[in-house]
Design a protein around this ligand. Structure first.
Ligand SMILES: NC(=O)c1ccc[n+]([C@@H]2O[C@H](COP(=O)([O-])OP(=O)(O)OC[C@H]3O[C@@H](n4cnc5c(N)ncnc54)[C@H](O)[C@@H]3O)[C@@H](O)[C@H]2O)c1
Ligand SMILES: [Fe+2]
Length: 376
């Protein structure tokens, strides 16, 4: 475990604009840097409202970002960017669009291949400006240095981490999220919560990040139910947008642990959306980790307004109920995961050492399998 004297490097976007109506900062920034050829990387939903950004010059849109983007999707976006020769890349959407925007920004100018930059700090530089505008409250990708793409051949998520993928400006306008459907609101909200909780209880947890982590959990506890019940509740949407941003602050210097590692095969092998996968796994890893990090787990339960008993099975039941009451389907069988794949999923999750090595408690392959079986 770390303490206040452990060195930590904290990287943030140069500018963060937060609050209702801050979308106007997009045009202001683009004008200020003299952008003439902005390229917006977006999903289908957000591509239809790019005009709201009021960008100057000849605006190109790649509106074909798939949820949980894969390598062919990235290659398509990079090809369009190389042809358009943009001077500003704008990620406009959820984590899928923002992750692709990061990669396009560092791949569109040179001849560098994606395979050469997988891993940590393998990118040599970036020569186009980068703006990130989240439209879901979940990933916190706008604040971070990582991007994730699925390799269809190995069915693994490949992670690229680079300081050059950090945005010049992140614009977090909660009003952009009022249209997010109920089930996406619920799942992405638990993703933000999982970023905060996993960083808070990580072996690498740090006091300089803990305050964002626990406040992020408190904001989810206070506002997620409200935003699910009424998508137009602007106060709740703003609270969740802040929780998501704080989750993003947790990801860079500390990052996630077992929750995300155990969740990944659900997405890569069975196309379950990232937030939903994290929500299904969240109660299992939280309860498993509790004996190793009981004071912090109790603080999380308190932040969520749940029963604070120092009993893993009670913590499991309380957090499971929290997710299920949001309308989240918590059973792998109901989500289309075949029983005979659980073993391979456990092998794959157990191999994600970059996350599992920081989990507060060692988690064996068979313990992961047991979690999948319980969740089935
Ligand atoms: N970079 C990171 O640190 C990080 C962290 C967590 C997750 N991720 C990645 O982010 C991706 C998931 O992102 P996500 O959960 O935001 O989902 P997403 O970006 O895939 O979006 C989910 C769906 O919501 C729609 N949508 C987005 N905004 C909307 C709006 N305002 N109104 C209506 N519909 C809207 C999209 O079109 C899409 O169909 C995954 O690939 C995951 O691996 C990255
Ligand atoms: Fe996540």
């Amino acid at each position: 475990m770390t303490n206040s004297f452990t060195p930590i490097e904290i990287l943030r976007p140069t500018v963060v604009e937060f609050g209702c109506g801050t979308i106007v900062a997009a045009a202001r920034f683009a004008e200020r840097i003299g952008a003439r050829r902005p390229l917006v990387i977006s999903d289908l939903f957000n591509a239809r409202r790019v005009d709201q950004l009021g960008l100057p010059g000849v605006v190109k849109v790649f509106g074909d970002v798939k949820p949980e983007p894969d390598l062919p999707n990235l290659e398509k976006a990079v090809a369009i960017a190389r042809e358009a020769a943009p001077d500003l890349i704008v990620g406009f959407g959820g984590g899928s669009a923002m992750d692709l925007a990061k990669l396009v920004a560092v791949l569109c100018t040179g001849e560098v291949a994606f395979a050469d930059i997988v891993g940590a700090e393998k990118v040599a530089g970036r020569s186009v400006a980068l703006m990130q505008i989240p439209t879901t409250s979940g990933t916190g990708s706008e604040a971070g240095t990582r991007a994730l793409v699925t390799d269809p051949a190995s069915r693994n998520k490949l992670a690229v981490q680079s300081r050059f993928m950090l945005a010049d400006i992140a614009i977090v306008d909660p009003d952009l999220t009022t249209t997010v459907p109920r089930e996406v609101t619920a799942a992405t909200g638990v993703d933000a919560l999982a970023h905060c909780v996993e960083a808070y209880t990580s072996r690498k947890a740090h006091p300089a990040i803990d305050l964002y982590a626990i406040e992020g959990a408190r904001l989810v506890g206070r506002y997620l139910r409200r935003a699910v019940a009424d998508g137009g509740d602007r106060e709740a949407r703003a609270g969740l947008a802040l929780a998501s941003l704080y989750g993003g602050y947790c990801l860079g210097p500390v990052n996630t642990t077992a929750g995300h590692a155990v969740a990944y095969p659900l997405g890569t092998r069975h196309h379950i959306a990232h937030g939903l996968a994290c929500a299904v796994i969240f109660p299992h890893t939280l309860a498993f980790n509790m004996p190793a990090t009981s004071a912090k787990t109790i603080a999380v339960l308190h932040a969520l307004g749940l029963s604070e008993r120092n009993v893993p099975v009670a913590a499991f039941e309380a957090t499971y109920r929290f997710c299920a009451d949001l309308g989240i389907e918590m059973r792998l069988s109901a989500l289309g995961v075949p029983n005979d794949d659980l073993g391979v999923m456990a092998d794959e999750a157990h191999a994600i050492r970059r996350l599992l090595d920081n989990n507060p408690r060692d988690l064996s392959r068979d313990e992961i399998l047991q979690m999948y079986e319980t969740a089935f």
